[in-house]
Design a protein around this ligand. Structure first.
Ligand code: IMP
Ligand code: MG
Length: 174
């Protein structure tokens, strides 16, 4: 087995502070609304849990999971829903909570899929944004950190199902 070298890109303190700020912004923007946070499994599970606990307004949560064919570190472009939401989001304000936007293919697909359920509004909240790698035109409405190229793990993000439970976010080197 090859060794994986990694270095801290965002510490848990940095992440916690930023997640608190996003939760505050969302709380201000959605006060008095019927808001549903949709966590995209698996990568966003820790982000969702922290975000939800820092929200100052009532909100619902639900989960969705998609699979893209092929493995490795890049989306293949062919995506299917393997677990759909169970909440009726028609007429509600929906925020997709995702770990990272890379090519944008996953979120473009998700946005289309969820739009079919006619929510009142539909926004994207992504912890990380690799803007330089975008292949389809899509932007998050709320972004934790914009980063350059490189593969990151920790705080829910994995490499081959490893490293999700690390509290900091690391970039894999080599
Ligand atoms: P996209 O469809 O290319 O935007 O890919 C988004 C998905 O790819 C994310 O939800 C992640 O699951 C995965 N992904 C992309 N970049 C990384 C990374 O640096 N670390 C871990 N997962 C990543
Ligand atoms: Mg993901």
């Amino acid at each position: 087995m090859t060794r994986t070298n990694k270095k801290v890109l965002y510490s848990k303190e940095t992440i916690e502070k930023r997640v608190q700020e996003i939760a505050q912004t969302l709380s201000d923007d959605y006060r008095g609304r019927d808001v549903v946070l949709i966590c995209i499994l698996k990568g966003a599970f820790i982000f969702l849990a922290d975000l939800s606990r820092h929200m100052a307004i009532p909100h619902m949560i639900d989960f969705m999971r998609v699979a893209s064919y092929g493995s490795g570190t890049v989306s293949s472009g062919k995506i299917t829903v393997t677990k759909d939401i169970e909440t009726d989001i028609e007429g509600k304000d929906v925020v997709i909570v995702e770990d990272i936007i890379d090519t944008g293919i996953t979120l473009a697909f998700l946005k289309n899929k969820l739009q079919e359920k006619t929510p009142r509004s539909l926004k994207i909240c992504a912890l990380l944004d690799k803007k330089a790698r975008r292949e389809v035109e899509i932007d998050a409405d709320y972004v934790g950190f914009s980063m350059d190229e490189g593969f990151v793990v920790g705080y829910g993000l994995d490499f081959d199902e490893k490293f999700r439970s690390l509290p900091d976010i690391y970039v894999i080197e080599g």
